[in-house]
Design a protein around this ligand. Structure first.
Ligand code: PMP
Length: 368
């Protein structure tokens, strides 16, 4: 018999793909080419480092439990009120809390096949039932992307929460504002929609738009963002959700009083203040994304268009052997077998030297 509560028994612990600390040690002093975790290869704004240094003498104090300064800065950026924002220890925490707040045993939590893995874990952790809408086919303009029409057909009287990811991890695909508006038309009174926009700052396609401008007319929608990606702060753990003050207030009831640390608040505020850095990151990432996708396709590896800082590439039946070979050459990508996509690897867009090292390793040369 297990001591774990029933919903927890079915869960497995987070699988990071590889033990990076062990791998770094194994290959030291040579550096790994780390393209497995969708981090920002260009790093955070220099303003973050300066702000963190000046905050160090304050570390004996608790952080502001309201996160007021950061919420006001975010409110100015997005044109919303601070009480429409809840802060999290990464957006991962808020994704988990969404299930805690809105769903429980007997309820259904709806998502797309090939959506971000955390959604199912969040639903299962609260004893809710996971329901998946079929994804788009592997061939076509948005391979394995969200099919909002198919997801809408799975709405039932038990649906309490829907997670959509735009652009989506791990496919890199995105959906259009018209598709989202149509979906919102199907959203029943008894359900809340979370649109996870962790990669929104990277999107530059004319067919992509954030859901944020739709918030005033859709009080049962929450939009989630993170400082881990375009802001380059994955290590410091800050995310946020934006929505109607009533929904946001429900998160404020369950979150830990000091869930965002003092350095995290300071770093996020400094990062937010340097929008030219974010613009430069977006530009560099877009250039590298186009170039790397082209190089992979030229080598015969189908690679979908992406609006994120990563690519989903099909390596075929030899995928696991290719991945193992890349690892031997110190290049770390993310296997997709856990997503039911054993022939695919997810590749974070790196700096040009990192992307070149990946391609050299694929070509059978030792990575530099
Ligand atoms: N949403 C998506 C789609 C992600 O890919 C990630 C991180 N990989 C997160 C949320 C969580 O990010 P964080 O907790 O670092 O904010």
């Amino acid at each position: 018999a297990s001591l774990a509560a029933a919903p927890i028994r079915a869960l497995r612990a987070y699988d990071p793909g590889h033990d990076l600390v062990a791998l770094r040690r194994q290959h030291a002093p040579l550096p790994l080419v780390e393209l497995g975790s969708n981090e920002n290869s260009y790093g955070p704004s220099p303003a973050v480092v300066a702000a963190l240094q000046s905050a160090l003498p304050e570390l004996y104090r608790y952080p502001d439990p309201l996160g007021g300064d950061l919420k006001r800065a975010l409110g100015r950026l997005h044109g919303v009120e601070p009480r429409q924002i809840v802060l999290g220890n990464g957006s991962h925490e808020l994704l988990m809390q969404a299930a805690q707040v809105f769903a429980g045993p007997g309820d259904e939590v709806l998502m797309s096949q090939y959506g971000f893995a955390v959604y199912a874990i969040a639903a299962m952790a609260v004893g809710a039932t996971v329901v998946q809408g079929a994804s788009l086919p592997a061939e076509g303009p948005m391979p394995l992307g969200h099919d909002l029409g198919a997801i809408a057909t799975r709405i039932s009287p038990a649906t309490r929460l829907v997670y959509l990811c735009n652009p989506n991890n791990p496919t890199g695909t995105w959906f259009r504002p018209a598709a989202l508006e149509a979906f919102l038309g199907h959203l029943p009174q008894h359900a809340v929609l979370v649109v996870d926009e962790a990669y929104a700052e990277y999107a530059d396609d004319a067919g992509y738009a954030s859901a944020l401008p739709l918030l005033p007319s859709h009080p049962r929608m929450l939009v989630m963002r993170t400082f881990s990606k375009a802001y380059g702060l994955a290590g410091i753990r800050v995310g946020y959700a934006v929505g109607h003050p009533e929904l946001v207030g429900m998160f404020e009831r369950v979150r830990e009083s000091f869930n965002v640390s003092l350095p995290s608040l300071v770093a996020a505020e400094a990062a937010l203040g340097d929008q030219p850095h974010v613009a430069a990151v977006r530009q560099r990432n877009a250039t590298e994304r186009d170039w790397l996708a082209g190089e992979l396709r030229a080598r015969g590896f189908p690679t979908a268009d992406s609006q994120t800082n990563f690519l989903l590439t099909r390596f075929g039946p030899d995928c696991a052997a290719i991945e193992a070979d890349l690892l031997r050459q110190r290049v770390v990508l993310r296997p997709m077998a856990g997503y039911g996509l054993p022939e695919y690897l997810r590749i974070t867009i790196g700096r040009r030297d990192e992307n070149r090292a990946l391609l050299a390793a694929l070509d059978g040369k030792e990575a530099c």
